[in-house]
Design a protein around this ligand. Structure first.
Ligand code: BDR
Length: 313
């Protein structure tokens, strides 16, 4: 049976790659909707970018819902320095002609989860967790209805990318992450510890370009743009490709290794705000609330991404 997905997202080039990867696996995934989130860039841009991507992939049957314009407590921190002023710089994609749905993203989450049989919907989170947290606060009854949450979020062994100790998606809205991590919903985290193994080497990018369909070429152009900041920062052979780790894990969990652990979000200390403290060695008796992925197979990951992109227009 197809896995029903709701995607929380703030595209962003790596989110774009993840969304297109999902759309390139239509036998496996049934996408019920995208909730545009404020994160990498402001909400106006992330809504527009979601619409552009669905038009690119000829999947305008999938609705896009607008989420909250800012994190729960804090001012929005964005990553324009990585993703460019539109959040999706790189290819010259046409302005979208489609519009977002009228319903708010938080209402969409609550309504859809209440209307669907328990344990059917997977939340695929590629962004800060603001809208899911808001839905859980407003309607706690939806928690047991969610099959699982698989999120690109956090870092422990690789520490931070937006501060020395925090990963961007958690740092932007630590209170939201805290609510979600404590929700009791089955949770898998794809943190920097694994995404930093998935590098956009020149060979991998040219393979994407070589697909010669418009989605493959667009993804290659996006990643060529967004990798610049990380190439300079880390000095590696390529930049980490974060978002597609989520669909790759859903499609082929055997490509990844991790363990069930307690993961708690720092929401108090200004120095380590948004740090995800993983009890990897089981030192405490805190509840093990997340499957924390630490390693993955980069070759198989890029092959899988390629296999999905090939199937798109
Ligand atoms: C996350 O931060 C964002 O800038 C990326 O798009 C990704 O979601 C990685 O920490």
């Amino acid at each position: 049976m197809k896995r029903k997905l709701i995607i929380l997202t703030d595209p962003g080039q790596d989110q774009a790659a993840a969304i297109l990867m999902i759309l390139g696996a239509p036998e496996e995934f049934d996408v019920i909707g995208l909730v545009a989130t404020a994160g990498n860039i402001g909400l106006d841009h992330t809504i527009r970018n979601c619409l552009k991507l669905l038009e690119l992939a000829e999947r305008t049957d999938i609705p896009v819902y607008s989420g909250c314009p800012r994190p729960i407590l804090r001012d929005l921190v964005m990553a324009e320095h990585v993703h460019g002023p539109t959040g999706l710089d790189g290819p010259d994609l046409p302005e979208p002609v489609t519009k977002p749905a009228a319903e708010h993203g938080v209402e969409f989450l609550i309504r859809t989860l209440r209307e669907s049989p328990t344990g059917q919907i997977t939340i695929c989170s590629l962004s800060p967790l603001t809208n899911l947290a808001m839905a859980l606060v407003q309607a706690p009854d939806i928690a047991p209805r969610i099959k699982e949450i698989v999120a690109m979020a956090g870092a422990y062994f690789e520490v931070g990318n937006i501060t020395p100790t925090a990963e961007f998606n958690v740092y932007v809205d630590p209170e939201a992450a805290d609510i979600v991590f404590r929700s009791g919903i089955p949770l898998t985290l794809l943190p920097l510890d694994v995404t930093h193994q998935m590098l956009t080497t020149p060979d991998r990018l040219s393979a994407m370009r070589g697909i010669q369909n418009r989605c493959g070429v667009a993804v290659a152009e996006m990643l060529e743009f967004s990798q610049e900041f990380d190439l300079e920062k880390y000095g590696w052979d390529g930049a980490p490709l974060h978002g597609p780790c989520v669909p790759a894990f859903l499609l082929r969990p055997e490509l990844f290794e991790g363990r069930l652990a307690s993961v708690v979000v720092e929401t108090g200390s200004p120095l380590t705000m948004g740090m995800t403290v993983a009890d990897w060695w089981n030192i405490t008796d805190r509840p093990k609330n997340a499957f924390y992925v630490r390693d993955g197979d980069p070759e198989a990951y890029y092959r899988l991404l390629q296999e999905c992109l090939v199937r798109l227009p």
